[in-house]
Design a protein around this ligand. Structure first.
Ligand code: HEC
Length: 121
């Protein structure tokens, strides 16, 4: 079930033909299901995650205990993470992907994200 909302919406089509009032009700349910599916990953991370943190946590796990080949950020010193991001931006630090990613974030955003990661266990 990749997209439950679509399944619900298409299942309601025959009912719409019989009773048009069913269309609105079924569509509302379908929309609610889709919205919940979209919100679930965001809620799973942490409610206090600053803007942009979710774009990092796809690669850098938000928990320090997760086994991953990508360098750990969870529980790391925030100033160290900020300094590394600066080095990626300027090209001082070699990278495969982080130079491009770092350029997409302002210093304030990086500081907020680094502070958030520092608090993750
Ligand atoms: C596409 C996956 C990906 C995303 C998204 C990503 N990173 Fe990275 N990150 C990496 C990889 C891979 C490295 C290792 C360096 C390289 O090859 O670019 C790395 C390295 C780093 C390092 C250096 C860690 C060290 O100890 O050397 C920092 C700091 C960092 N990332 C921060 C971030 C932040 C902050 C974000 C979100 C704004 C982010 N990364 C998003 C994949 C990612």
């Amino acid at each position: 079930m990749k997209n439950p909302g679509v399944a619900v919406a298409s299942a309601s089509a025959p009912l719409c033909l019989v009773d048009p009032s069913m269309c609105a009700a079924r569509t509302a349910v379908a929309v609610a299901v889709v919205v919940m599916a979209l919100l679930a990953p965001a809620l799973a991370a942490s409610p206090e995650a600053p803007p942009g943190a979710a774009s990092c946590s796809g690669c850098h796990a938000s928990g320090a205990k997760v086994d991953t080949p990508v360098p750990r950020l969870a529980g790391r010193n925030a100033a160290d993470v900020v300094a590394q991001m600066q080095a990626f931006k300027t090209g001082q630090k070699q990278s495969t992907v982080m130079d491009r990613i770092a350029k997409g974030f302002t210093d304030a955003e990086v500081e907020a994200i680094a502070a958030w990661y520092a608090q993750q266990k």
